[in-house]
Design a protein around this ligand. Structure first.
Ligand code: MN
Length: 561
């Protein structure tokens, strides 16, 4: 387990002005809060938030994010409350930890794929601060790394969720290494046989290809050095999942895919990228249709690089990615990397100016990230056609079984009850929000877990119609109150009629009434009785219809009853 000082040193190494006292307090607090709790692996529970924090130091995130990572499971899993976090660490961190606590409820959701769209919207809606998403991604990454300790039954669900939601999210945020690792870990769980087959074939190919790889690497480095270009050439290995995906989607054979040798060429400037491209293209024959310039036209997640494929030495197909160091950092670490550069030049930290640069840079990238996550034009992308503002009009709440219910903002527990089921709405008498009793008119907040308390004897109050925010609830209430009042009137009508029948010395039955409905111009017994109850249909008329021989008694001097 990482030591306290090690974590603090990691943070101060990229942000010398980080609040060390804050980090120390969060470390000690979280460690004490989790106490003797254990992970499925048998490790102390605290090792988990600590690893999550460590992952985030790789992304060079600010002290508040690292502290939130340490604290991310405290509200959900220990006695800690939001108020306590607020008072000890300030509201900024309180807000972050609270957001993570709410997302954590997603782990309860059972059929993820069906709800993926709502889950994504939910995450974005409560993550107006993108740092919440970053901590959540690191949390999921560590949970995936330790997935083998989780009970078998749960593993596939976690892996599917990772594949459906978290890996695309990491990609959307431009953190390629995290996306790759999440995908590989999920693929290994979901299709272990294929994973192992591909991995072992890859190991074999590595041996076969090793000579060719170093030969090409040498040739490439030599050519560039001859032209005075300082370049780092890195051999690039394909990942089992990306090979699998291509085998599946393009029906390309494993041999064909693994035969291709990939290199990344990292140079000092954009000019050198194009000079390198020129040298490569004049030295080796290019493979048509494989050249892509993402420098002049960056991908949506800010990915920049030149891609090309040539027929290299020994007639081997060689895939090349040519980019600057900054572009490489952005590709690996996402927009976070921008914070460390100013106009392509690394920001020197350690002096006052550098610090200011990092701060404004950090602010910029956070904002960019929100924009990026909220954009998206292609179906593969995280957020299909919807914009972030849209979700701000919605609240997402959970049923006790973890079903996610999307409601318009301003909706209350009455709306929630009707959204779950009309019967639940019609019999609701109260509710619990996050385990606490609350009035049904309570406005719901994102992430609330809502339990509706019902009673069969209950029918909805007509006043609810004005309180409900959703059309579904309003029309159901209208229908229910109409039904309820009709029921009351028909009961009243029945009593009136039975008394009248009784007084006439006859006996009443529904069947008999049914037989004379057409004469009374009524559709059914209940309608007829309700009409009597409302006073629209005199009981005398019904009596006459029921018993045509009935002669009305005329009490002397009195009006007919
Ligand atoms: Mn966690």
């Amino acid at each position: 387990m990482m030591r306290q000082y090690e974590l603090v040193e990691r943070v101060t190494s990229y942000d010398p002005d980080a609040d060390e006292a804050l980090l120390n307090r969060a470390y000690v607090y979280a460690m004490r809060a989790h106490g003797t709790q254990k992970r499925a692996s048998g490790d102390p529970y605290f090792s988990h938030p600590l690893e999550v924090a460590a992952i985030l130091t790789n992304l060079k995130l600010d002290d508040a994010t690292i502290a939130s990572a340490l604290l991310h499971d405290t509200i959900e899993d220990t006695k800690t409350t939001r108020a306590e976090i607020d008072s000890l660490f300030g509201e900024e961190i309180g807000e972050l930890v609270d957001g993570l606590t709410k997302i954590k409820k997603l782990d309860l959701v059972s059929k993820v794929v069906e709800q993926a769209e709502n889950l994504r919207k939910f995450m974005l809606a409560i993550s107006r601060d993108v740092r919440v998403l970053l901590v959540k991604l690191a949390d999921r990454l560590h949970n995936m790394r330790t997935l083998d300790y989780v009970p078998e039954a749960k593993r596939n669900r976690v892996a599917e969720e990772t594949m459906d939601i978290y890996a695309p999210l990491a990609g959307r945020m431009g953190i390629q290494w995290m996306r790759d690792e999440l995908e590989e870990l999920a693929f290994r769980q979901l299709n272990r046989q294929a994973y192992e087959m591909i991995a072992s074939r890859m190991a074999m190919m590595r041996e076969v290809n090793s000579e060719a790889i170093s030969e090409i690497e040498e040739a490439l480095t030599g050519k560039l050095a001859d032209s005075g270009i300082e370049a780092t050439v890195i051999g690039r290995e394909k990942r089992p999942y990306s090979i699998w995906r291509k085998m599946e989607s393009k029906s390309v054979s494993f041999e064909k895919l693994s035969d291709i040798i990939g290199f990344r060429v990292i140079v000092g400037s954009i000019e050198d990228c194009y000079r390198t491209l020129g040298i490569v293209h004049t030295t080796w024959r290019t493979v048509p249709g494989r050249y892509k310039d993402y420098i002049s036209t960056p991908k949506q997640n800010d990915y920049r690089s030149i891609h090309t494929t040539v027929i290299g030495p020994r007639h081997r197909r060689v895939e090349l990615q040519i980019r600057t160091r900054e572009m490489n950092d952005v590709a690996e670490y996402g927009i976070a990397a921008h914070a460390l550069y100013k106009d392509g030049v690394p920001v020197k930290s350690g002096n006052g100016d550098g610090r200011r640069e990092i701060e404004s840079g950090a602010y910029r990238w956070l904002r960019r990230l929100v924009e990026m996550v909220s954009e998206g034009n292609t179906p593969e992308e995280f957020l299909e056609h919807t914009k972030l503002e849209l979700f701000q009009d919605q609240v997402f709440c959970f049923t006790p079984k973890g079903r996610l219910i999307a409601l318009p903002r301003g909706a209350n527990a009455i709306d929630f009850a009707y959204a779950v089921h009309t019967d639940i709405g019609n019999t609701a008498i109260g509710c619990k929000i996050d385990g606490r009793l609350a009035p049904l008119i309570s406005e719901l907040q994102n992430g609330d877990a809502v339990e509706i308390i019902t009673s069969k004897a209950q029918s909805p109050s007509p006043a609810w119609e004005a309180i409900a925010a959703t059309g579904k609830a309003r029309s159901a209430i209208r229908r229910a109150t109409r039904d309820a009042s009709r029921k009351q009137y028909s009961e009243l009508g029945r009593q009136i009629l039975m008394r009248a029948v009784d007084r006439a010395g006859k006996s009443y039955s529904d069947e008999r009434l049914e037989g004379v409905l057409p004469r009374l111009a009524q559709h059914n017994v209940d309608d007829a009785l309700a009409a009597v109850g409302r006073g629209e249909l005199p009981s005398r008329d019904v009596l006459k219809a029921l018993y045509p021989d009935y002669q009305e008694e005329r009490p002397k001097g009195g009006a007919p009853s």
